[in-house]
Ligand binder design. Structure first.
Ligand SMILES: Nc1ncnc2c1ncn2[C@@H]1O[C@H](COP(=O)(O)OP(=O)(O)O)[C@@H](O)[C@H]1O
Ligand SMILES: [Mg+2]
Length: 314
């Protein structure tokens, strides 16, 4: 969220490159994450402003990947999934605008109609509607992987695997030998599976907050493509292990639509890499119980992936 003078400076910087940009008085903050802010511009488009510094890694590459992905996906729409059309994007040449932290770039895209989901809203919804939503998410993933793979092949995309990248970032951040061992074991097992393929073009960061639901008879909208690239399809479920029963309904929907169940070894490796990334990002933050939950999830995923020996008993 930016103060009015900074919003004006952003407007002056972006407007020459993006026709009919509404004035900042019409911008409504829609979301704010580690890497920046997203505004609903009240004209059917959204503006995402990406910072240079946020979590692990850097904002320039996140911005670059998201623009590349939205360009090649070109508003992909099937019966089950849809992606916003890109309206415009550019890196900031002056990354010091107003009182904003250093900025990497902006992306203007079509605003998708519908309910913006969150993990809390999904987990607190009635079991029946959660099941249906999970199945629709699974079908959306199957459709996305199929259609996006064709488009990425046609575009000759070289966007690389987010799991391997996450493991490298997490390893650099983590200090303990035990965590390094876990990173190395996951990376090796993951690369072995990737060598067998097939690789598909994945969204790479699917969690409820990156999904827009416009009703049960409409395709689910996917946003936030900064982690997209070539990977194993199971990467799409990397955030799903803590979602309980919704993981199973998503698997069901995916299997019904694609004809193939997710491979559980690949799924647990991707989930373990994700758990490590969360530990690298959050460290010992929060209540001690949160910390225990984070390491508990990592142990569980390692165990299920057949890598129990990499971490000692608590
Ligand atoms: N094209 C869009 N249409 C509708 N809502 C969007 C769109 N893009 C982003 N949002 C909303 O803004 C929020 C933040 O955007 P996102 O791209 O996920 O950024 P972050 O990197 O902060 O997670 C999303 O959770 C979603 O609710
Ligand atoms: Mg997001």
């Amino acid at each position: 969220m930016f103060d009015p003078a900074t919003l004006d400076a952003l407007y002056k910087d972006i407007a020459p490159a993006s026709a009919d940009l509404p004035a900042p008085a019409h911008w409504v903050l829609a979301g704010e994450g580690l890497w920046g802010s997203v505004y609903d511009l009240s004209d059917g488009t959204m503006l995402k402003v990406v910072r240079r510094h946020g979590g692990l890694g850097n904002g320039e590459t996140l911005h670059h990947r998201e623009v590349q992905a939205l360009t090649l996906l070109n508003g992909l729409t099937t019966d089950y999934v849809r992606v916003p059309k890109l309206v415009g994007a550019a890196p900031f040449t002056n990354s010091y605008l107003g009182s904003a932290p250093p900025l990497a770039g902006w992306v203007r895209m079509e605003g998708l109609q519908g309910r913006r989901l969150s993990t809390d809203s999904v987990l607190s919804s009635p079991a029946r509607s959660r099941d249906l939503l999970g199945e629709r998410i699974g079908a959306a993933i199957a459709d996305f992987n199929l259609a996006a793979t064709r488009l990425a092949e046609a575009a000759g995309s070289k966007l690389a695997d987010t799991i391997t990248r996450s493991l490298i970032l997490a390893r650099n951040q983590l200090g303990s030998a035990e965590m390094h061992r876990a990173c190395d074991a996951i990376a090796k097992a993951w690369l072995d599976l990737c060598a067998q393929g097939p690789l598909v073009f994945v969204h790479g960061d699917l969690n409820p907050s990156n999904i827009i639901d416009n009703g049960a008879d409409q395709p689910l909208g996917l946003v936030d493509f900064a982690e997209s690239g070539w990977s194993l399809a199971e990467t799409e479920f990397r955030h799903f292990e803590p979602l309980g029963a919704m993981r199973d309904s998503a698997f069901r929907g995916y299997t019904a639509r694609s004809g193939n169940p997710p491979d559980l070894k690949a799924y647990y490796l991707a989930s373990a890499a994700d758990a490590l990334m969360v530990i690298a990002l959050r460290g010992n933050a929060g209540h001690p119980r949160d910390q225990m939950r984070r390491t508990g999830l990592l142990r569980h995923c390692l165990h299920e992936a057949g890598l129990t020996e990499t971490m000692s008993e608590p």
